[in-house]
Design a protein around this ligand. Structure first.
Ligand SMILES: [Mg+2]
Length: 407
């Protein structure tokens, strides 16, 4: 079978580029887009201000210490969404298989498009050209046989980059990269891996089980595959997905209802973060409960109005669990999961607009931004932390909820 042709397209400093395009006075300036109130975070940073160490998701106060003469503008989400639509329209001119990751980032499967629209590299060039022509902004594109390598590739030559990784060159390109470049690894885990003496993806790919086990447990084999650029996940076109869920198998069965509820809060947080990332709301929440003997139950309820609010989803999920526990007193749980389904598009919310008194939504947005930057476990709500600190050890951001059971 022929190799797949996957593109990862990522706009360069998206919000900042839109601002610079709309106001020529901002061109060449160290520009920060973000709420300027004391608790604001950097939503986007122009390349000029990144030289000072300013990064998105950084507290605004810290950013202004690094670059006191930076020009700050308030985000205009409605405007970014408008430009985002133009960008996604370009994607859909080449393939219906577009999986948006955020307003400015998507995977495209162009395998079947090549017959009519030229090879993947020509398609990538033409996408970049049309985006620039219509929006005035630049994009960086990675072209590869799978999503993982395409995502790594798009980041290798920013801004305005086009990086092609053919199947034969995957090892040559990935091997020298620092392990922190591996998507989904998370900053903390990346530091642990580096501290364990595995500095590059090539070293990770060749590491023996004995070195991977303490770091990844059962995920070791999969991490080795990822470091080798192996990834079979399909591009899931937007709207194809019918539900979003997050689940966790525990290292040790849990019998304490408070710990169970903390887990549910954390899982609800994760599921709702993905909902918000897709700009969707959900009308149904499901809790999955697996006992120590593997018997599994699900409980479901509707949510009206549909929501993507973490705390609402967590509260309803906890209610479902409480009802189940009342029927199963003393249950010991091996796994918990939270799922949301029955999607509808979220209304347009100015997430970073300080004028909006939607405190919970703003907090969610800030958490999402920081997680996007540092990986899933970088920040958690206090309500989702367990007293035993177990969350710190989780490998759940790799999507495999089967951590090792130490005997
Ligand atoms: Mg981007």
């Amino acid at each position: 079978m022929a190799h797949r042709a996957i593109l990862h397209v990522d706009m360069d400093a998206f919000y900042a580029s839109v601002e610079q395009r709309d106001d020529p006075r901002l061109v060449g300036q160290p520009l920060i887009v973000g709420g300027t109130s004391g608790r604001g975070v950097v939503a986007a940073a122009s390349y000029e201000v990144r030289r000072y160490g300013v990064r998105s998701a950084m507290p605004m106060r810290r950013a202004l210490e690094l670059c006191p003469h930076a020009v700050c503008v308030k985000p205009r989400m409605a405007r970014y969404k408008e430009v985002s639509r133009q960008v996604f329209d370009v994607f859909h001119e080449f393939t219906p298989l577009v999986q948006g990751l955020s307003l400015d980032e998507a995977f495209l499967d162009v395998t079947a498009s090549q017959r009519l629209k030229g090879d993947a590299v020509s398609i990538a060039r033409e996408i970049k050209r049309r985006i620039h022509e219509r929006t005035g902004c630049t994009a960086s594109v990675g072209v590869a046989p799978n999503k993982l390598v395409a995502k790594i590739a798009s980041d290798l030559d920013k801004p305005d980059g086009l990086t092609i990784v053919t199947p034969e060159r995957i090892h040559a390109v990935l091997d020298p990269l620092p392990v922190k470049r591996l998507p989904g690894l998370g900053r903390k885990k990346g530091e642990q891996v580096a501290a364990a003496g595995i500095a590059t993806l090539g070293e990770l790919r060749r590491a023996p089980d004995s070195r991977l086990w303490p770091l990844f447990g059962r995920d070791g084999a999969r991490m080795r595959e990822r470091a080798a650029g192996i990834d079979e996940r399909p591009v899931e076109a937007d709207w194809e997905e019918k539900s979003i869920s997050a689940e966790e198998t525990f290292r040790e069965d849990i019998a304490d209802p408070a710990a169970m509820k903390a887990e549910l809060a954390r899982l609800a947080d994760k599921a709702s973060g993905r909902l918000r990332g897709k700009q969707l709301v959900a009308a149904c929440v499901t809790v999955k409960i697996r006992r120590h003997d593997f018997t599994t139950s699900t409980r479901q309820r509707r949510m009206a109005p549909a929501t993507h609010d973490s705390r609402t989803i967590a509260r309803l999920a906890q209610g479902l669990l409480e009802a189940w526990l009342a029927e199963h007193p003393g249950a010991r749980l091996r796994l918990l999961g939270v799922g949301v389904s029955e999607f509808a598009p979220a209304e347009q919310l100015d997430l970073f607009d300080a004028a909006q008194p939607v405190e919970a939504t703003r907090l969610d947005a800030a958490l999402d931004a920081i997680r996007g930057k540092f990986g899933g476990t970088a920040l958690q709500r206090a309500s989702s932390l367990r007293k035993d600190g177990a969350t710190a050890e989780r490998l759940s951001e790799f999507g495999d909820d089967r951590p090792p059971r130490r005997s």
